[in-house]
Design a protein around this ligand. Structure first.
Ligand SMILES: Nc1nc2c(c(=O)[nH]1)N[C@H]1C(S)=C(S)[C@@H](COP(=O)(O)O)O[C@H]1N2
Ligand SMILES: [Mo]
Length: 453
């Protein structure tokens, strides 16, 4: 309907029927002798603002509706798992975990992240990152399917139309921003440590608000047009279908199959870094994907190596000791003394915010709650602030909640898979907590301060 009106406005009388000899097939010399208005009109017809410029017969509201409904489910899952990831970081516990200012209102939903099941963060963050990657072709196809609307003239028809376009700016801009920051963060490994969290977090709320408004308006319509007929047909007055389509080289079903195939390839080449099984070897497209990086007990994935954060053997050798602080004062333990305490084992994964995770590794060391007891908390251990030898970097400190300290599987690990920790996995001692994001599992620990978070 709207398209037809615009068509009439921007086409010459002689070309509006589409049958005139020199309309779209006219030679350049023809257009030179055409009246000015005709030339201007034909020029305009070659710009993306002319509905006839967009020729793909694949476009149409039914095609867009399918992609839109896939995104409705997928992006809702991304939003929920994203909020869970934020909660898992214990952002309210201590500013060392999260300095996002003014999240008060947006953090209304925060809750105590549990320690069960021990693979919880592997699952939620594996889903978040994998679904985000897999949706990229769907998002691009969806944007492609509606791109003629970006150029439609006049740019603003009414106040309502202006508001609608503004909301679409937030929607499209928000989607691109969230996908790009997320992908950069996982591919380039903390491109913006410290600032990624607030950027991705605020961006998510802005984007999801626009997304909800859009879905509220469009989802019922999407369901209706899909019910009203075959995918290949157009609805009456189809606002997205080309008024002058080229001959099809691909059906809509075929185009959707191509998008689906793209998503499937991304799934196969990325999911394996979050989930065990044969897919792990195929996870070629992501850092920390594919086969395990090394051999032997410490051969599983490493985030930052000791060398990368400037930890040398001089720091971790004979001169190292652990300071444990609490009501009992400052206590010092050498590695020998820690190894002489009761040792416990726990089979736990390392699961990073980047989405990759390891299968369960057998960690062995001292229970955090036993260290809390030594620090002066014989019952009901409180939370703990963990500090690393590492001198700089966003992840050299982290705060753990009381429920995490209390869990008997939460360890100050000294060994893994039957051997001393390797330098890269945090020798001489590191934290490992069930269900927690990797960022809370501080490596090269030098100090534990119980209570007073
Ligand atoms: N001191 C210190 N500990 C750290 C980090 C760090 O940068 N510095 N990175 C954390 C992150 S983000 C992850 S995912 C885990 C990874 O542990 P791994 O390298 O043993 O697999 O270590 C955590 N512990
Ligand atoms: Mo991480």
């Amino acid at each position: 309907m709207g398209d037809r009106r615009r068509l009439r406005r921007f086409r010459l009388p002689d070309s509006s029927t589409g049958s005139s000899a020199d309309s779209s097939t006219g030679s350049p010399s023809d257009s030179l002798v055409a009246p000015l208005s005709g030339r201007a009109s034909r020029l305009l017809e070659r710009t993306p603002s002319a509905p006839g410029f967009w020729r793909s017969p694949v476009r149409g509201v039914r095609f867009t509706a399918v992609l839109g409904l896939v995104l409705l489910g997928g992006i809702t899952l991304l939003f929920v798992t994203g909020l869970l990831s934020y909660a898992a970081y214990n952002p309210d516990l201590n500013p060392v975990n999260d300095k996002t200012p003014d999240k008060g209102l947006l953090g209304f939903y925060l809750f105590d992240w549990p320690t069960d099941p021990h693979w919880l963060y592997r699952l939620t963050q594996g889903l978040h990152v994998t679904v985000g990657i897999v949706l990229v072709p769907v998002l691009l196809a969806k944007l492609w399917s509606v791109v003629p609307k970006l150029f439609a003239l006049p740019p603003v028809r009414s106040l309502g139309h202006a508001l609608e376009r503004l909301s679409l700016l937030l929607l499209v801009g928000g989607a691109l921003f969230e996908f790009v920051t997320g992908l950069l963060n996982i591919q380039l490994e903390y491109l913006f440590p410290g600032s990624f969290y607030p950027l991705h977090f605020y961006g998510a709320w802005v984007f999801f608000a626009a997304f909800l408004a859009h879905a509220g308006l469009r989802a019922p319509q999407a369901v209706r047009v899909l019910r009203s007929g075959a995918l290949s047909g157009n609805v009456p007055g189809d606002a997205l279908a080309s008024p002058a389509p080229d001959a099809p080289t691909l059906s809509r079903r075929g185009a959707l199959a191509m998008v689906g195939a793209g998503s499937l390839v991304l799934l196969i080449t990325s999911a394996g870094r979050s989930f065990d099984g044969p897919l792990r070897r195929l996870a070629l497209l992501t850092p920390h994907g594919a086969a395990e990086p090394g051999q032997g007990p410490g051969g599983f994935q490493i985030n930052k190596t000791a060398a990368a954060v400037g930890i040398t053997s001089a720091d971790t050798g004979e001169g190292w000791w652990l300071t444990v602080s609490g009501p009992a004062g400052d206590l010092r333990f050498t590695r020998e003394q820690l190894l002489a305490m009761d040792q416990y084992s726990a089979a736990l994964p390392s699961a990073c915010v980047e989405g990759w995770s390891t299968s369960d590794q057998r960690w062995r060391g001292v229970r955090l709650r036993d260290l809390a007891e030594l620090a002066g908390y014989p019952r009901d251990p409180p939370g703990v602030l963990v500090e690393s030898l590492q001198r700089s970097g966003a992840f050299r400190r982290a705060a753990l909640r009381d429920n995490q300290v209390r869990d008997p599987r939460s360890l100050l690990a000294l060994r893994v898979n039957g051997e001393d920790l390797s330098p890269d996995h945090g020798y001489p001692a590191r934290i490992i907590v069930p269900a927690a994001p990797g960022v809370l599992n501080t490596k090269w620990v030098s100090r534990l301060t119980f209570g007073e978070l």
